[in-house]
Design a protein. Structure first.
Length: 580
């Protein structure tokens, strides 16, 4: 079987490097030419959106690729040797520039390009140090795309860490009155999660070999483009029997190799049969918990969520949009792409507790949203609640549940973009986000009221919108889990359903409080400022309504491409579970 069939698709690199390349003209232009920065960023994100559309078309038509002679769900990849170090008797280090697209990330890439484009349009009124703002925005765009595309853990971690810097400054320099506090809190929380992930990444590197590069070291092959499953099995058999010296072992950060128990060095801390204990707990279970917590902080899940409301309230609207729609999804994606398939035994061992954490997030986030007086904080806590559904779907380890979790990630990305944009519309006019300070806005802003109503009903899970499909499949998976694998008790699933009712309560209460009745606002000087949506705001909001409606009516557009990868993921995890 030939690995040469794995055609390199440079469009994957384009998605990462287009924003970085456009930093050059911004750097050379003087700070006074702010309008050019906006158009450069708009052009870059527009180009990214076009490329992602072409990527979707190519992905839909492309056959599954063979990787090392084994069928995979990847249809587009790009792989180049990047860093190689000979450590003498300690073996070699192999780090690849390895990107790929399968059903687990195709819609995250589409979502990213769409939201980042809308984020630029939303940033059109940014005047304060526009050069710095759009430079950081483009850097953030590259790092987000890199996280969703990377299949090498080292490369993923590089992009994961890179997101910290631009987001810290975007909140800290362009945010609200308490921006310094919010940005530092965001940075410290996320850095703590990153350190946990880093520790696990190093432990995996020590424990895992690259069977192909090791075969080269052993002299079995000279051309890594011609590799079959028989060669991989031969190297793994030699590794198991101790016939490969330390000097010939090539350690790797390749996530796909980390998923194969045959590539783990016998006796290493993270070998699936290892008896190593940390604080009396199996080392692999501790590693799973560490990496899970690292990603759960980014999601964020209760109790690691407290940075999120502060960051959202202080961040400017476009930054809130990117933070909620994309950065939270990187955490959930990391769990699906890395934590679960690399540590299936840990995921299964702690499945019930992951589900409990998801349900607590659903209920706690919903009750907090119900108590909020600031509309941005309400939306922030609603995000905690909605991401709890993602965690519940993942914990179910059913095809329905994980499909629903991915659908919820995509749907929430669209809906939370709408929600923060509508909060920004009001704040731009009055500089006030307090719910109690408005009455009867429908009489003054009818088009705005229609958009808000659609966004609220879509977010609370009304049939006909994407939110309904997402939550339905998560709950189907949660209930099915009880009969299929016993991971989630029925009572947990029943409690999760009540989160939808609480969600309806805080959305309908806000809608009734702010938009109906006799018109009134607390600060009379803003009466004249409360004008209906302008053209730019229509351009941002109408496409989001169209997308959530299309995916609410035609869920097959997503499920048809995602389901094969999810089926294989669930099958793989149950097959490699040593408890079976």
């Amino acid at each position: 079987t030939q690995n040469s069939k794995l055609k390199t698709h440079r469009m994957l690199s384009l998605l990462i490097f287009i924003p970085l390349l456009t930093l050059a003209p911004i750097f050379f232009l003087s700070a006074e030419k702010s309008k050019y920065f906006k158009f450069i960023a708009l052009g870059a994100m527009g180009f990214e959106f076009i490329i992602s559309g072409l990527l979707y078309i190519k992905f839909s038509a492309a056959p599954d690729l063979l990787i090392n002679g084994i069928a995979s769900n990847f249809k587009l990849i790009e792989k180049v040797d990047w860093i190689s170090l000979d450590l003498g008797g300690m073996g070699k280090v192999s780090i690849d520039y390895f990107l790929g697209v399968d059903g687990l990330n195709i819609f995250m890439i589409m979502l990213s390009s769409f939201v980042l484009l809308i984020g630029v349009v939303s940033s059109w009124n940014i005047e304060k140090n526009a050069k710095g703002y759009f430079s950081l925005y483009l850097l953030l765009s590259s790092s987000i795309m890199g996280c969703f595309l990377a299949l090498d853990f080292f490369l993923f971690f590089l992009f994961f860490e890179l997101m910290l810097l631009p987001m810290y400054f975007l909140i800290g320099l362009w945010g609200g009155p308490r921006r310094e506090y919010a940005s530092i809190k965001f940075f410290l929380y996320t850095l703590t999660g990153s350190l946990l992930i880093l520790i696990v990444m190093i432990a995996l590197y020590i424990s895992v070999i690259d069977p192909v590069e090791t075969a080269v070291n052993l002299g079995f092959i000279t051309n890594t483009k011609i590799v079959g499953p028989g060669l991989i099995t031969q190297v793994q058999s030699m590794l198991l029997s101790g016939d490969i010296s330390d000097a010939d072992k090539v350690h790797t950060f390749n996530i796909l190799y980390m998923m194969d128990p045959g590539n783990y060095i016998p006796g290493s801390m993270l070998h699936i049969l290892s008896s190593s204990l940390i604080f009396g707990v199996k080392a692999r279970y501790v590693a799973f918990l560490a990496i899970f917590i690292g990603f759960a902080i980014k999601m964020p899940s209760v109790p690691f969520h407290t940075w999120l409301p502060d960051a959202h309230v202080e961040a400017p609207t476009p930054v809130s949009v990117v933070l909620a729609a994309l950065l939270l999804k990187v955490g959930a994606y990391g769990i699906i792409r890395i934590a679960y398939p690399v540590f299936p035994d840990g995921a299964i061992h702690y499945a019930k507790w992951v589900a409990v954490l998801g349900v607590i997030s659903i209920i706690y986030g919903a009750f907090n949203a119900l108590a909020m007086k600031d509309i941005k904080k309400l939306i922030a806590y609603s995000s905690v609640s909605h991401m709890g559904f993602v965690l519940l779907g993942i914990a179910s380890l059913t095809v329905e549940g994980i499909n629903g979790a991915i659908y919820q990630m995509f749907s929430h990305g669209i809906l939370t973009t709408m929600l923060f944009l509508i909060a920004g519309v009001l704040y731009d006019r009055t500089h006030d986000r307090t719910i109690e300070n408005y009455r009867g806005l429908a009489s003054k802003m009818p088009n705005y009221t229609i958009v808000v109503t659609v966004a609220f009903f879509a977010s609370l899970g009304l049939p006909g919108f994407s939110g309904f499909i997402a939550e339905l499949f998560v709950l189907l998976g949660a209930f099915h889990s009880y009969n299929l694998n016993g991971f989630i008790p029925r009572w947990l699933s029943v409690i999760a359903v009540s989160g939808i009712l609480i969600g309806a309560a805080y959305y309908l209460w806000t809608l009734q409080k702010m938009f109906f009745g006799k018109f009134w606002i607390k600060v009379p000087k803003y009466y004249g400022a409360l004008k209906d949506l302008n053209r730019r705001e229509f351009i941002m909001l109408v496409p989001l309504i169209i997308v959530t409606t299309i995916f609410g009516l035609f869920p097959g557009l997503l499920f048809d491409l995602v389901s094969p990868a999810v089926n294989d993921l669930v099958t793989f995890m149950m097959k490699t579970n040593p408890n079976n």
